[in-house]
Design a protein around this ligand. Structure first.
Ligand SMILES: [Zn+2]
Length: 173
């Protein structure tokens, strides 16, 4: 049996005219060796199709980099929100003391002077401020709410510190 043109057609993977296709098909029906060749050819073709197309790896890496960047941005904004709310909470807690100091500038000046004069005096001023805080706030805030606030502030600071550590570690990499 002459396989000549059919083998070439199968090997070269060339485009066939409808007439040639018909000839090939009728030959394949009678010839097992060319059918085997056609099967191998088909298998090879499907393997080639399964290979990642050019640029796939590049696109994947670009996508990965974009996702990483988005994650970093999300971490950054989470950190900003956390810092702002921590500052806000601290400000809210310290507000009675600040108000006291602003309402009596003489006292403020005196405590500043005192802190300049000696560390002990400034320490006393801080202690006095702390006493004002604990005298004023529990007056209108029930004790359990005060406890809840302190616990929340503690937990918040913990989260803040952990994310600070995370961010510094990520930037180190
Ligand atoms: Zn043949």
């Amino acid at each position: 049996m002459d396989h000549r043109p059919f083998e070439d057609w199968l090997m070269d993977n060339q485009a066939l005219t409808p007439d040639e296709k018909q000839q090939l098909n009728s030959h394949l029906r009678t010839c097992t060796s060319c059918t085997a060749l056609a099967d191998v050819n088909l298998a090879l073709k499907s393997v080639r199709m399964a290979e990642p197309e050019a640029g796939f790896v590049d696109r994947f890496q670009v996508r990965l980099a974009a996702r990483k960047q988005a994650m970093r941005r999300r971490n950054f904004w989470g950190f900003v929100v956390l810092t702002l709310s921590t500052l806000g909470l601290s400000g809210w807690i310290a507000w009675p003391v600040l108000k006291e100091l602003f309402q009596s500038p003489v006292n403020l000046l005196a405590s500043w002077m005192a802190s300049l004069v000696s560390f002990w005096a400034s320490l006393q001023a801080i202690l006095r401020a702390g006493m004002v805080l604990f005298k004023v706030v529990p007056g209108f805030v029930p004790v359990y709410i005060w406890t809840v606030i302190l616990f929340a502030a503690g937990g918040w600071s913990l989260v803040w510190i952990v994310s600070l550590m995370k961010i510094t570690r990520r930037q180190g990499v």
